[in-house]
Ligand binder design. Structure first.
Ligand code: NDP
Length: 477
């Protein structure tokens, strides 16, 4: 027998992905650098489907039907290159290497180019949903050639998550690194969502004066409305959890220093390169960094500022409703920024990414899955060349309805000294976009003053320079 697919790298992700393929009726060749993991997988889960356990690279490759489909699920970075170098010489033109790790899309572009010379399809594939998703259905974001998707697509569709309407959460995102790029931005949006939820929580805690269990109830209610999403759902779970050792709310005994693995940072780094303002995602990444600067925080504890004084019962309930509006409006802005980055990457690298299709495959399986994504898809379906999500009539109207509350929440946060960088960045972005005039005109004047960088005028074409050190007359540059 030959295997339709092979998985090498059998840590949590690879092992669950292999089981997912097997449970869906595929014969799966499995391989891992350390063979004991391969044996353990087959011993524990061999009854779930057809596995072919292999120990050497040669055996593994020989077990695969041609053209071969070989999934790599190893630690991203150098290990991925090491594994490619091990297997590529054993492959033939037409074979496919699918990298399901969290690779940087620039690495994926390089690997794709190198392997293309050998006639091998390299399919950099974003996989979201953690270990649970890998086993029961992740959201899958494959890049690579169209030809590879023709062969792989049906299998990926089978093992992927399904959205509420039954659609598989996978699409051919675009050539070479498009899949990993989109996965990266997905993670950036995830950071922003989490930060906004964190700010909402802190406001309900400090300004509304609610205890975590009560806030959990509020999140549960929100989860039945337009904020319905996996992240809101698990937020309620975390907030209602009580620490067994102390009897305190779990959230009060966890060290408040957020960690990160790097995809959020990449999203911001690439956005800087592309010149895309993803201020909400950037604030989310910085908020995590700030939380980890323990010494700096200790040293700053005595700094002056207001102490939050909780509202009375009736006002608190009204405030909680406002926070929902602020959270929703800010969320629209962070998705607007994230989709702008996807569009800019697509433009820069010639990927021709369908933004509606991307929002559709995030509806299930992944961490940012949410009812909201249906709405984004509808917006792009209605108008594929939508310049920004904020140009969609429905979103624009919702923000219009939310904005008074959004501003009030920020006023309260500022007055009471509760940090809300995500809400604030989102509102600043919104106000900047709608502004008639921006102080960028002044910036241009300053640049021309100190560096003769020139400026354009509103009334005439061309580049101009003012002789600042002389008679201040204007010359054509
Ligand atoms: P790890 O990232 O912890 O990687 C461990 C696996 O990599 C093991 O199979 C290990 O083999 C193998 N490996 C490491 N170095 C080498 C090498 N030089 N040569 C060959 N094999 C090597 O595993 P995860 O399952 O957590 O993640 C796998 C990939 O999936 C990563 O790229 C990760 O970023 C990505 N991912 C993870 C998610 C998650 O929720 N964990 C979600 C989405 C993607 P050995 O057993 O011999 O040490």
């Amino acid at each position: 027998t030959t295997a339709q697919i092979g998985v090498t790298g059998l840590a949590v992700m690879g092992r669950n992905l292999a089981r997912n393929f097997a449970r869906n009726g595929y014969t799966v060749a499995v391989h891992n650098r350390t063979a004991s993991r391969t044996r353990a997988l087959v011993e524990e889960f061999g009854n779930e489907g057809d596995f072919i356990a292999t120990e050497t690279a040669k055996e593994f490759v020989a077990a695969l039907e041609r053209p071969r489909r070989l999934v790599i699920m190893v630690k991203a970075g150098d290990p991925t290159d090491a594994v490619i170098q091990e297997f590529a010489p054993l492959l033939e033109p037409g074979d496919m290497i699918i990298d399901g790790g969290n690779a940087h899309f620039a690495d994926t572009r390089r690997r794709e180019r190198e392997l293309r010379e050998q006639g091998i399809h390299f399919v950099g594939t974003g996989i979201s949903g953690g270990e649970e998703g890998a086993l029961n259905g992740p959201s899958i974001m494959p890049g690579g050639s169209k030809e590879s998707y023709d062969s792989l697509g049906p299998m990926l569709e089978k093992i992927s998550a399904k959205a509420a309407d039954g659609a598989p959460c996978v699409t051919h995102v675009g050539p070479d690194g498009a899949g990993h790029f989109v996965k990266m931005v997905h993670n950036g949006i995830e950071y922003a969502d989490m930060q906004l939820i964190g700010e909402a929580y802190q406001l309900l805690r400090d300004v509304a004066g609610y205890a975590p269990a009560r806030i959990a109830e509020i999140f549960r209610t929100w989860n039945t409305g337009r904020l319905d999403s996996y992240l809101i759902e698990i937020t309620a779970e975390v907030l209602s959890h009580v620490d067994a050792a102390t009897g305190e709310p779990f959230v009060d005994v966890v060290a408040d220093q957020a960690e990160q693995k790097g995809t959020g940072r990449w999203t911001v780094q690439i956005a800087l390169d592309l010149g895309v303002p993803v201020s909400g995602i950037a604030e989310a990444v910085f908020a995590r960094s700030l939380s980890g600067h323990v010494a700096l925080r200790e040293a700053s504890r005595g700094l002056a500022g207001p102490k939050a004084s909780p509202l009375g019962e009736a006002e608190a309930a009204a405030f909680a409703d406002r926070v929902e509006q602020a959270l929703y409006a800010s969320k629209i802005v962070s998705y607007t920024q994230g989709f702008h980055e996807v569009a800019a990457g697509s433009e820069e690298y010639g990927w021709d990414i369908d933004l509606g299709a991307v929002s559709a495959i995030w509806r299930g399986g992944c961490i940012i899955r949410a009812a909201f994504l249906d709405r984004i898809r509808a917006a792009y379906d209605a108008r594929a060349d939508l310049p920004s999500l904020l140009s969609d009539e429905t979103f624009a109207r919702e923000i219009a309805d939310a904005q008074d509350d959004w501003r009030e929440v920020l006023v309260a946060a500022t007055r009471q000294g509760v940090p809300t960088p995500g809400f604030a960045a989102a509102l600043a972005y919104y106000d900047a976009l709608r502004a008639e005039r921006l102080p960028a005109a002044l910036t241009q004047g300053q640049r021309d003053f100190f560096g003769a960088h020139t400026y354009r005028r509103t009334d005439r074409d061309g580049a101009f320079h003012t002789l600042w050190g002389g008679d201040r007359s204007e010359v054509t540059a």
